[in-house]
Design a protein around this ligand. Structure first.
Ligand SMILES: Nc1ncnc2c1ncn2[C@@H]1O[C@H](COP(=O)(O)OP(=O)(O)OP(=O)(O)O)[C@@H](O)[C@H]1O
Length: 474
């Protein structure tokens, strides 16, 4: 099912110099993994090729016999506005470049420009086209309203708009043979989303998960590609690789940000060629699985720092979702509490306890660096120690205090900023206290005990202050 061609539209290279076409094709293939290329030496054939469909991007020379690049640029913009055109010309003239951009060129390069610049421009255009296509798909689904397959997301508890938009996106790209990249902090639910994407793909095969963190290159190759008997000392039997296990299904590679550079090369080759060799075999096998990868790391930063290959990064992020951390979807806390309470009670064979009033508000004041995994563990812990009908708030307060105490100290303990430092005119004591109290109550969802905790005073002391404030206003 995985095509070896990338991107999933064709890139047409037009130039009357066959040598340039060969060298540009080679560069795009070897440095950016772009191999869905078509070349054309005769400018008169270009419009016919475009009519055939399938071409998304044109790289166009300007000086050619018969039809000039500028004439073609005009025609393409008129008849195929959905196709992006990049001019790669021998002419280093500002006026020509400006004219081409006005005619609708996406970018303009000179043949003597550094290879890297031209490749970077082509990758930008590819990315833009991919995003446009995803956006079109997604908006048509959003306009149509409901999810088509809500059952695929049954295990994911949320009412958050950002998460629901991710669901729509996953539905939109479900049948795409290109890889899907899921990023987000640890514990946000990336694996659950990978499961949902697999369910949506409608593939008959299994979802096979491989955590690639800590696999050295030879173990990575052996795990993914398998080996023949006798391939190396100790290889007493044939081992099927995970790629084969995932045939007609999904291969989910978790912690992809930790992959070593040699393994990155192997993965890129697998995605690019669609083929691999089990260790000890010279018979290539074809991958028949869709690939989903996930990481909690910032791949763009790793790519910029040189520890993640650019060509692989671009290939992997054809379809990408960034899962928001729990602290950015606190509206989900009551739903999640409810879900994890039921789950924990069932797993621990206890009666489902009632959560204390204000628990969700209290948890909303915490940043949850471990995200949903941390919340789940907190709930399990509280349920396992509780005895009464009502769950104790204390267990959660302690867990939060413990976690805050364990948080690694900032490299230099940040001096607490004076929030009034920039004020031209200072508020009075009474005004400042009133702002503080209002803010704390808002953050605690009106719960005075929690608001008091945030301010470092007891609930009765806060209550007294509130009465005082009311009297002052009266
Ligand atoms: N929206 C959700 N509803 C219910 N349970 C969830 C949700 N999101 C995550 N979980 C649960 O939280 C835990 C962590 O989720 P998951 O393993 O999918 O996170 P992850 O992002 O893949 O983490 P890591 O980066 O560490 O691999 C799991 O037990 C999962 O079932």
């Amino acid at each position: 099912m995985l095509p070896s061609s990338y991107p999933n539209f064709q890139i047409l290279l037009v130039d009357d110099e066959p040598a340039w076409l060969r060298s540009l094709s080679l560069t795009l293939k070897s440095t950016a993994g772009l191999n869905n290329l078509v070349t054309c030496e005769d400018s008169r054939e270009v419009m016919g090729l475009l009519e055939g469909g399938g071409i998304g991007l044109v790289l166009l020379d300007l000086t050619m016999p018969h039809l000039s690049g500028e004439e073609l640029l005009k025609k393409i913009a008129e008849r195929h506005p959905e196709i992006a055109t990049i001019v790669v010309s021998g002419l280093n003239q500002l006026e020509t470049a400006v004219r081409c951009m006005k005619l609708g060129a996406f970018d303009y390069f000179i043949k003597t420009d550094e290879e890297d610049r031209i490749v970077g421009g082509v990758l930008r255009a590819v990315r833009m086209l991919e995003m446009q296509r995803d956006y079109r798909e997604m908006s048509s689904r959003l306009v149509s309203g409901e999810l088509r397959h809500p059952e695929a997301f049954a295990d994911i508890v949320t009412a958050d708009r950002g998460m629901l938009a991710i669901f729509s996106y996953l539905e939109a790209v479900a049948k795409s043979p290109q890889p899907l990249l899921i990023t987000g902090e640890s514990g946000v639910g990336k694996e659950l989303l990978a499961r949902a994407a697999h369910a949506l793909s409608g593939c008959r095969g299994k979802l096979v998960t491989v955590n690639v963190a800590g696999l050295d290159d030879s173990v990575f190759a052996d795990t993914l590609f398998g080996h023949l008997r006798g391939a190396f000392t100790g290889a007493e039997a044939v081992r099927k690789g995970m790629v084969e296990e995932a045939a007609d299904g999904t291969l989910f590679l978790d912690e992809i940000g930790d992959l070593s550079i040699p393994s990155q090369v192997k993965l890129l080759r697998l995605l690019q060629e669609g083929e691999y060799f089990p260790l000890g075999s010279d018979q290539p096998k074809r991958i028949k699985a869709r690939v989903i990868v996930a990481t909690h790391q910032n791949l763009a930063a790793k790519e910029a720092a040189g520890s993640f290959r650019r060509d692989l990064y671009f290939r992997l992020r054809t379809h990408q979702v960034q899962v928001p951390p729990l602290r950015e979807r606190k509206g989900d806390l009551p739903l999640l509490l409810d879900h994890f309470l039921t789950e924990a009670a069932r797993a621990l064979e206890k009666k489902r306890p009632t959560p204390p009033k204000g628990l969700a508000q209290f948890l909303a004041t915490y940043s949850f660096p471990g995200n949903l995994r941390e919340l789940r563990a907190m709930v399990y812990d509280a349920v396992s120690v509780h005895r009464d009908r009502m769950l104790s708030m204390e267990s959660f307060v302690k867990a939060v205090e413990r976690a805050q105490g364990e948080a690694p100290p900032a490299a230099e303990p940040a001096p607490r900023q004076n929030p009034f430092a920039g004020f031209a005119e200072l508020p009075t004591f009474t005004e400042a206290a009133s702002f503080l109290v209002q803010e704390a109550l808002e953050r605690a969802g009106g719960n005075q005990t929690l608001a008091g905790r945030l301010l470092g005073i007891s609930q009765p002391a806060l209550n007294k202050r509130l009465k005082m404030m009311r009297n002052q206003q009266a």
